[in-house]
Write a protein that binds this ligand. Structure first.
Ligand code: WT7
Length: 644
């Protein structure tokens, strides 16, 4: 296993010696002339929060809001008094604006099949499914759980919920039945939209039995709507077939329900600092305004563009930048069901070429795979439609940045390195493409309308170059419901849990998460939730998980100490991996399981995760005096050396 960090910029992927790379890159010429963002944006946004009025203006409101931000009470309230419907904003108004036959969703299936939904098609299908949801008894504010892979029925179901004012809770299809059950129980949701199964690398996987088992495990009774993805007409004892429901309600016209700006649009679960996942609730007005505005200014989208965000709709990135942001602007959004290298390693570039994608938004972990496979794959395709590239999810190292810039962007596309979180709803830190210079490896300054600082232990801003915690110091419209409390008070700041540095130009460089949260291949995991699954395995005494940075991005290392008289065997290693797969999902299973007689601890018995991180990444540990068991450090260093 290659777990050591790659030397930066010494060699390029093709073996040529690396060139000196400049630390900053001017926006490529030609982009700025037609960019949505202009220099003025950096200047005219002094009047926070009024600057966010421009975001509100991107939406159609049933009734106008009174204030952009109502900061009089204890809670920050965005667009108070305004009423709107998210589905009407993402679908109806584009049909009415004469763009009914423009593609809204271009779907690329796993087995090479394609489906295009125009805005008119989307309107028809969303209305039919909204009518069906009503018939099934779904009322305004009810939570509908969507446990679906990357099929068009997923955004359709999201928009159908939004149309009738129901709140969707999308659960990533890679989650296990236990993880689904926890989420169903937390929200009390009694309607589950799922499918029979899905294809992964050409093989059909069962999703329905996970849905069934989860539904049985929760106290409430759960009705199911089942999408027929595998086409094998599996019997549906007592469930509702999606296709039949949509057929029965074909032609239905469901009046979009006006929602208060502060009413929930959806909930999504994320890993918190405790073992339990946390439900994050996003409000209709602020969230939609935020994602529409950042799609316009940061992703440079308009209704003429084709956008491809390669995330899964099951995560916040997909909610904001596959579904709500691009559709609010009337753009075409590409949705791909498959794996990036199946059946061939050029699949991604073939899709970019076939759909003439203008803006491509992906994660550093994917870029690392593209680099490993080699430039020959993108070189086989005409990528000249690409105008802008984006990354999100984890810090991008300079080597990957330059590879993306040169091999995918031909040195002509700006790259936006966008920092945000499930809780922030949308992008908060990024350069504005065509306006700001880019500094590879740094996300950039806060976007207009956002204020953030890198702060030390006392909450004061650190000096340039010093590391601290990233704090957002003023409310923003996409903020999750739970962050609104007290956000109007002087001195309020949202602690993001990320460590960072800031340079003399105000560009923020992210370093990683604080120890209780991990970011593995762009997915957030709580150390506590993974560890509690591992210690549940018979024969395991203790466990600690940390992230290790390797060629392919961050991988998950589990340090496991077996109980007395239990031997560290491969079957035990498999049981550890399976336990995490059962509790959370296969994607969260540790990449490396290191057996150890002991974990590094302080005299008071506190686990020193920091030391494990250093050991994992091959960094030296000079001072072990804080440890009760300093000898374990050397021992672990040699074990890790062997497994790497
Ligand atoms: C965490 C949030 C936002 C959608 C994807 C993940 C990390 C996100 C960047 C970036 C460095 C980044 C942070 C953040 N992160 N974007 N551009 N550079 N780190 O959403 O699961 O809520 O995770 O992802 O650590 O806190 P999430």
């Amino acid at each position: 296993m290659g777990a050591r960090p790659e030397p930066v910029c010494e060699t390029m992927d093709d073996g040529r010696p690396g060139r000196e790379r400049p630390a900053s890159v001017a926006p490529p010429e030609g982009f700025a002339a037609d960019a949505n963002a202009t220099d003025a944006l950096r200047g005219e946004f002094a009047d926070w929060p009024d600057c966010w009025a421009a975001a509100g203006d991107l939406l159609d409101w049933e009734s106008a809001y009174d204030d952009v931000l109502d900061a009089d009470g204890e809670r920050a309230t965005w667009f108070a008094g305004g009423r709107l419907n998210a589905a009407a904003n993402c679908v109806d108004r584009h049909v009415e604006a004469g763009r009914k036959n423009r593609a809204a969703i271009k779907w690329e299936g796993k087995r090479g099949e394609t489906r295009t939904y125009t805005y008119q098609d989307l309107h028809r299908e969303v209305n039919a499914f909204a009518a069906a949801l009503r018939e099934l008894g779904v009322e305004e504010d009810d939570v509908v759980t969507l446990y679906l892979p990357m099929v068009p029925e997923l955004p359709i179901a999201m928009l159908a919920c939004a149309r009738i004012g129901a709140v969707h809770s999308v659960v990533f299809a890679g989650f296990s039945k236990d993880a689904l059950a926890t989420r169903l129980e937390q929200t009390g949701s009694s309607l589950l939209v799922t499918c029979d199964g899905y294809y992964r690398r050409g093989t059909a996987y069962d999703l329905k039995s996970k849905a069934d088992n989860a539904a049985l495990a929760v106290p409430q009774s759960v009705q199911q709507v089942v999408v027929d993805r595998l086409g094998n007409g599996r019997a549906l004892d007592g469930d509702h077939a999606y296709d039949r429901l949509v057929d029965e309600h074909a032609g239905a016209d469901v009046e979009p329900v006006p929602r208060d700006a502060e009413d929930a649009l959806f909930v999504i679960h994320t890993s918190g600092t405790t073992g339990e996942p946390t439900a994050v609730r996003h409000a209709t007005g602020g969230y939609l305004a935020h994602v529409a505005w950042t799609s316009e200014t940061v992703l440079d989208l308009s209704h003429e563009d084709t956008h491809w965000c390669s995330a899964d709709v099951g995560w916040i990135t997909g909610h904001s930048y596959i579904v709500y942001g691009p559709l609010a602007l009337g753009a075409t959004t590409v949705m791909y069901e498959g794996a990036p290298d199946h059946p061939e390693r050029n699949r991604i570039w073939e899709i970019v070429e076939r759909n003439a994608v203008d803006v491509f938004y992906t994660a550093p972990t994917a870029i690392h795979s593209f680099m490993k496979w080699g430039a020959e794959y993108p070189e086989k395709h005409d990528l000249s439609s690409l105008r802008l590239l984006g990354t999100v999810g984890e810090p991008i190292d300079e080597t990957a940045w330059w590879w993306y810039y040169e091999h995918i962007g031909r040195g002509e596309c700006p790259i936006v390195d966008t920092w945000w979180q499930t809780e922030t709803g949308g992008i908060l830190l990024s350069t504005l493409p065509g306006v700001d210079e880019m500094r590879p490896g740094a996300a950039g300054p806060p976007i207009p309308g956002v204020e953030a600082d890198v702060v030390g232990a006392r909450g004061d801003p650190v000096d340039p170059g010093e590391s601290g915690m990233l704090a957002v110091t003023r409310p923003w419209p996409g903020m999750a419901d739970s962050l609104r409390e007290n956000a109007t008070r002087e001195g309020w700041a949202y602690d993001t849990g990320d460590t960072a540095t800031v340079d003399d130009a105000g560009y923020i460089r992210l370093l990683g998460r604080r120890g209780d949260l991990l970011n593995v291949a762009g997915r957030r995991l709580g150390t506590a939730e993974v560890e509690s699954a591992i210690v549940g395995v018979e024969g395991v005494a203790e466990a600690a998980v940390v992230g290790g940075s390797g060629e392919a991005g961050t991988s998950l290392y589990a340090y496991v100490s077996p109980r007395k008289n239990v031997s560290a065997t491969d079957p035990l290693r498999e049981r550890v991996r399976d336990a995490v797969a059962d509790a959370i999902g296969r994607f969260a299973a540790p990449d490396v399981v290191v057996f150890t007689p002991d974990l590094p601890k302080t005299r008071s018995g506190k686990l020193m995760r920091r030391y494990l991180e250093r050991i994992t990444n091959g960094d030296d540990i000079e001072d072990t005096s804080a440890l009760r068991n300093p000898e374990i450090v050397g021992e672990l260093e040699s074990i890790v050396e062997d497994v790497s």
